[in-house]
Design a protein around this ligand. Structure first.
Ligand code: ZN
Length: 497
């Protein structure tokens, strides 16, 4: 009797384990012979690394600041870096490029200056943006520090890197972290308003993501005005054109890079009138086309480059989506509401309206949700989101750096994965923690959020990133061709190991 009971127990237990493995995201993905072999290789590498860390704190459970050098030695990380990652759907342009590159490149240019106002420092180039007596050329400051240039450069980097901020301690509050985070945007703004720096920075952005095997980017940007060395100003329409030209040049040099789409993003601290103006700007951006003779934008159709609209900023301190709903539902533009891609649910505390941003995002017909970290607390929305196929743009390291979760093994995306709620992995603001691309976020997703998953899960994430992008049917066909070829190369390489 005892043996038979044990046998039944074991059979039921095995059935549960197998059913769970097939239940979540990627559980039912078909794998061909090469993929099955690659899956075995990857699972063996993963098991070895998760077991190797049993004696001490596992890397997947460590904060990115401490884990980064260890992750870079990982064989799983090396494999994920090689993996074609399709599209990344949540990235803010002014926080996308690694802080180390900004310091080693932009601050070493002759025009680079530092402005000091009330003991806060801002990078700048333009003479008029900071009082003369409070602005200094960085090269002059560096000359005075010739004995300890490395320390000087690290201090400069602390203006745009969260790891080097006072709030990096375990005890910092979310408000302190956000204050430091917003200070990074304030510090870099002056550099990115200067056209030559803006262009160099965005070329580097494309380079960092493409070398990380990303082929398509949906970039959130405010399209603020630029100026050049002669003081000439460029309007948001012209800035969109400048970005478009940078992308096209990059595509010519890098045939496996598919392209970029823009999501116009404004801060949640704006008034209704400012929101109306932003939506009118969105409308005009949707209609711009390039006058090839004058080589500048003019009004008409420039379809498909600017694809949507978003509102950003700390949710519990700024206006809620509900407070903007009347304008967002009936914007003062003839084409009706844009496609919305709202940040929502990037929160852990209790702020009534901010907590309900997820409900408003769904009611306002958002196409995707930026973060959705708090979705766990909205059981009615789980079903709505799955039914409407609204993907969650999950940014693991960003959530950790901004204090939502210390140990990413506790990230709620584990629950979304287990429930097959669609997610896409993306990196939000990687430059502000000196990461490049999105592979670090994939590492945490694979090792901490979905520790039992294999290649099927990764395959689902990668192809879902295309599925939930805003690419047109024709563009989807093109990127699918690129992806299929690159995926096959990656799988063959993994299967050979
Ligand atoms: Zn974001």
């Amino acid at each position: 009797m005892a043996i038979s009971r044990t046998k039944v127990y074991d059979e039921i237990r095995t059935a549960i384990v197998d059913a769970e493995a097939g239940y979540g995201l990627g559980g039912k993905v078909f794998l061909n012979t090469d993929e099955l072999r690659a899956d075995q290789t990857l699972r063996a590498m993963k098991k070895k690394e998760l077991q190797a860390s049993d004696q001490s704190q596992p890397v997947a459970g460590m904060h990115f600041y401490d884990a980064k050098p260890l992750i870079e030695q990982s064989a799983v990380f090396a494999a994920l870096k090689q993996m074609p990652k399709g599209a990344i759907l949540h990235l803010h342009n002014s926080a996308a490029v690694s802080s180390g590159w900004v310091i080693r490149n932009l601050t070493y240019r002759q025009e680079a200056k530092l402005c000091n106002v009330e003991n806060r420092y801002y990078f700048t180039v333009r003479p008029s943006s900071c009082p003369d007596n409070q602005t200094r050329l960085i090269r002059d400051m560096r000359k005075e520090r010739k004995q300890d240039i490395a320390a000087f450069d690290e201090w400069l980097e602390s203006l745009i890197n969260m790891k080097l901020k006072p709030s990096r301690t375990e005890h910092a509050t979310i408000d302190q972290l956000w204050m430091d985070f917003e200070s990074c945007f304030d510090a870099i703004r002056g550099f990115l308003q200067y056209k030559p720096f803006f262009e160099a920075y965005h070329r580097q952005l494309l380079h960092e993501f493409h070398t990380d095997n990303v082929y398509h980017i949906e970039l959130r940007t405010s399209l603020s005005k630029l100026f050049d060395a002669d003081g000439k100003e460029y309007s948001p329409l012209e800035v969109a054109y400048i970005l478009h030209r940078i992308v096209e040049d990059f595509r010519h040099q890098s045939p496996t890079f598919h392209g970029v789409k823009l999501i116009l993003s404004k801060h949640k601290n704006i008034s209704n009138a400012e929101l109306e103006n932003a939506l009118k700007l969105y409308e005009s951006l949707r209609r711009i086309k390039i006058d090839l003779i004058k080589n500048r934008p003019c009004s008409a159709a420039f379809p498909g480059f600017v694809v949507g609209f978003d509102l950003v900023g700390q949710e519990d301190l700024n206006r809620s989506l509900r407070s903007f709903a009347s304008v967002l539902l009936k914007p003062p533009i003839p084409s009706g509401p844009p496609k919305y891609y709202f940040h929502a649910g990037e929160i852990v505390g209790y702020a009534p309206e901010a907590n309900e941003n997820l409900i408003d995002a769904v009611l306002l017909d958002t196409k995707r949700i930026g973060h959705g970290y708090a979705l766990l607390k909205h059981p009615i929305l789980w079903h709505a989101i799955r039914r409407k196929q609204i993907v969650l743009e999950v940014c693991p390291i960003s959530n950790q750096v901004l204090g939502l979760v210390r140990d990413l093994r506790n990230h709620p995306a584990s629950f979304y994965v287990s429930q097959s709620i669609p997610i896409t992995i993306t990196s939000d603001d990687p430059g502000f923690w000196d990461a490049r691309g999105v592979t670090y976020d994939y590492y945490y997703t694979f090792m901490a959020i979905a520790p039992h998953a294999g290649l099927g899960f990764l395959k689902q994430l990668v192809w879902d990133s295309i599925r939930y992008s805003s690419l047109s049917d024709e563009e989807r066909q093109n990127i699918t061709k690129i992806m299929e070829k690159q995926w096959a190369l990656f799988v063959r390489e993994m299967a050979r190991k």
